[in-house]
Design a protein around this ligand. Structure first.
Ligand code: NAP
Length: 248
């Protein structure tokens, strides 16, 4: 069954990790996929080729999600190329972890701009075309850390909690236009972002997760398929945890 046949999805940060898994899962489900990256040009092109194997259109765009004008140009370019955007997934994100006493203004600003301002940038520019087509699904990548907080991640937790407030507000603002907006709160997902964890740290996390494993990109991508597809047309303003019951 192809759950996303005929849909066009734009995914930020699709060159690696969770974003790459979303691009490929959406392509497998029949969606045409546009995605962004910041610097991984070769990796992005190999993801394009892998997505095209599913017989869909796929294109990678080098675009800094934290930059307001680049985001505006991106939406214009994707609309020109693909004709519409049915699903926007604000997935691009970074960490700059350190304890508050050591955190520089730059580490704070970078994380807020890439993780939170990017969500404003892309959503702002996709809303008008979605309003015109009287439909759309926006999915924002939060984190369990945005719900619980985490020592050493005050900047990251603030950005991810901000995404949740933003998501609920947009859901209320544009629900009458048949535009849905939801957030996903992944737990610990094995990607480059979590490769810095030591084996001991990973073991400690696994011990605390009721499903007794770290998550993978596909676990999150499947949730995106649900929220991006017509399986969830009455679901909006929600935060879906994909965390092995950690957030319970
Ligand atoms: P990742 O493996 O580090 O990949 C990050 C992706 O974002 C890459 O494609 C990267 O592009 C792109 N990116 C970074 N800065 C960007 C910018 N300014 N503009 C456009 N693209 C940018 O990260 P991940 O683990 O897959 O995380 C994806 C999302 O899930 C993030 O929002 C993260 O906070 C969230 N999340 C992750 C976990 C986890 O355990 N991994 C848990 C909860 C939430 P380049 O390849 O060009 O650098």
């Amino acid at each position: 069954m192809s759950l996303l046949n005929g849909k066009v999805a734009l995914i930020t940060g699709g060159s690696r990790g969770i974003g790459e898994a979303i691009v490929l899962k959406f392509a497998q489900q029949g969606a045409d996929v546009a995605f962004t990256y910041l610097s991984s040009e070769d990796k992005a092109q190999s993801v394009v080729q892998a997505a095209q194997q599913f017989g869909v259109r796929a294109k990678a765009y080098k675009s800094d999600a934290a930059d307001y004008t680049e985001a505006e140009n991106l939406i214009t370019d994707v609309l020109n190329e693909f004709g519409k955007i049915d699903v926007l997934i604000n997935n691009a994100g970074i960490t700059k972890d350190t304890l508050m006493l050591r955190m520089s203004e730059e580490q704070w600003d970078q994380v807020i701009e890439v993780n939170l301002k990017s969500v404003f940038n892309l959503t702002k520019h996709v809303l008008k075309p979605m309003m015109k087509q009287k439909a759309g699904s926006i999915i924002n990548m939060s984190s369990v850390v945005g719900v619980f907080g985490n020592a050493g991640q005050a900047n990251y937790a603030a950005s991810k909690a901000g995404i949740i407030g933003f998501t609920k507000s947009i859901a209320k603002e544009v629900g009458s236009r048949n535009i849905r907006c939801n957030a996903i709160a992944p737990g610990f997902i094995e990607t480059d972002m979590t490769h810095i964890l030591t084996e001991d740290q990973k073991k400690a996390y696994i011990d605390s997760i009721p499903l007794k494993r770290l998550g993978n990109g596909n676990d999150v991508a499947e949730a995106c398929v649900y929220l991006g597809s017509d399986m969830s047309t009455y679901v909006s303003g929600q935060v879906l945890s994909v965390c092995g019951a950690l957030n319970t």
